[in-house]
Design a protein around this ligand. Structure first.
Ligand code: HEM
Length: 140
């Protein structure tokens, strides 16, 4: 069970590598004018999105298995976990939006500036703080 939890946390770190760095690539990509530079960003974004999807999938599968192993009584009593799941769905939505942005950049159809992506880039950190706090402290 502890090994499962360790791999769950490792998968989460892999997912967050993408959640942190993909929007950072958007910041630089939005400012890039030359063809070669844009093509390089497109490739990096595509590969990072795939890695991030894998991290997310593993986080869900391993976290879901942990919850399943703990059982229904644990699930009902763990209110912090309900709050965590709500936030995890928020992160899932963020990941979907990132995927759409990768496709928009791939089609050279981005209309947003680097300032927008700088702000957008801050969102995963807020989720990380809230989710890890809930998972470790279990305040309710
Ligand atoms: C569907 C998604 C997820 C599910 C079903 C899930 C489920 C779980 C479960 C059942 C545990 C064990 C809790 C315990 O032993 O008391 C756990 C631990 C943990 N989870 Fe998740 N989790 C998910 C996503 C995430 C995400 C996105 C993060 C980070 C942002 C995260 C961070 C952690 C951490 C740090 C722990 C270790 C807590 C500790 O034992 O101190 N989880 N998760």
């Amino acid at each position: 069970m502890l090994a499962l939890k360790a791999f769950h946390v490792m998968a989460m770190v892999t997912w967050f590598a993408g959640l942190f760095y993909l929007p950072r690539l958007f910041v630089y990509h939005a400012d890039t004018e030359d063809h070669a530079g844009r093509e390089r960003f497109k490739l990096m974004e595509k590969k990072l999105l795939i890695m991030s999807h894998i991290g997310m999938g593993l986080t869900f599968v391993l976290g879901g298995t942990l919850a399943w192993e703990y059982g229904l009584a644990w699930f009902k009593a763990s209110h912090w976990f309900h709050a965590k799941l709500l936030l995890v769905f928020g992160l899932l939505a963020y990941q979907i939006v990132c995927g759409r942005m990768v496709r928009t950049f791939a089609a050279d159809a981005n209309t947003r500036g680097h300032r927008f992506y700088r702000l957008f880039n801050e969102i995963p950190a807020l989720f990380l703080v809230a989710i890890v706090y809930l998972a470790v402290v279990k305040p309710f």
